[in-house]
Write a protein that binds this ligand. Sequence first.
Ligand code: ADP
Length: 400
Amino acid sequence: MNNGLADALAAITTALEAVKDPETGLGLVSAGRIKGLAKDAKGRVSFALEAPAALAAAYVPVRDAAERAAASQFGVTGVTAVLTAHDAPRPAAASPAAPPPSPHAAPPAGATRLRKGEGAAPPASAPAQSRRPEGVPGVARIIAVSSAKGGVGKSTVAVNLACAFAALGLRTGLLDLDVYGPSTPTLLGLATAKPETGEDGNLIPLNAFGVRSMSIGYIVDVDAPMIWRGPMATSAVRQMLDDVAWAPLDILVLDLPPGTGDVHLTLAQRIPLDGAIIVSTPQEVALADVRRGLQMFARTHVPILGVVENMAWLDQPDGTRLALFGEGGARRTAEQAGVPFLGALPIDIALRQSGDAGHPLVASAPDHPASRVLFDIASAALAGLERGPETTVTIRFSDD
Ligand code: ADP
């Protein structure tokens, strides 16, 4: 994606907003009806129109109007709009505060989905089909690396963990979903590389240090000012999962944006995550957010593989150890929550320099003490995956 594509998606979004939602009277985008808006390199546009099941038939002309609106935009060569219908009550727009539906839960009663090209909606009483997300074909495990705040070293941990998995012999992918601040291109030394498109139209991940990676930063100019609207972030996430030649992979590591928002919501709906790792610094102020992050994953039934404490201390030249951000907070939070504590990484200039140079420490200096901690974290995460979701802990905090 480039700025041209971002502009094109913004123009299509505006055109779709001009089509009114019959139920709420709002524009289709504001009404939260449009999902997964995407445009490929050949100008083909796709999106889903989510309609209430009871009114599904009434939305067929709306879908047609939305298709026409998108088709009239510059550079659009074709439009595929998929009408989906479900009878769960829906908010006017996706709210990051609202708990997303569980990817592992049974489908809501009456959930139906129309296939591409179907002309008419089924009656509201049509038998339910599963809305459970299907994962990514050919990818055995998908784990997320997450943090409550930016700048805590989440991407550094994600990239080095991916390199550790690869060094351990796993076919590994890394998907940088931090659409607001993609750093994988820098961390993997791929800032100027561009992915190619395969014959099937799917993007081919870039390969570095044995890790196959994809990032919005490979496609857009990360230095150009970018305004991401919720639907655009959502569509970028879906494209990077669905339109990338990931298979075959033993493990795909997702580098999530900090906090909880559109990307997390899309993921929870789109993908059955096998586990989540939360990265935090030790100070108390960060930990309340960590607890919220833990609860978000618990609510969406994503097994918590554990918490990593980053920037836990600084070894000073005189041999003393300085706890710059306090001591052991992330470990205590993990213990209180009953989730595994995966390890603590010090502040180490080698981690920062190797990241800036695009040579992840685990790959460039596997015997460095910080690399050894990262290998231990990778092994602990794999052990958690092996134990499986039945060991998922129930998280209860008295202060939340
Ligand atoms: P996030 O993904 O949470 O925003 P990054 O991984 O981009 O954070 O890290 C932010 C900055 O901190 C980067 O410059 C990175 O090199 C540096 N950094 C991260 N962890 C460490 C560490 N343990 N020691 C030294 N520098 C670190």
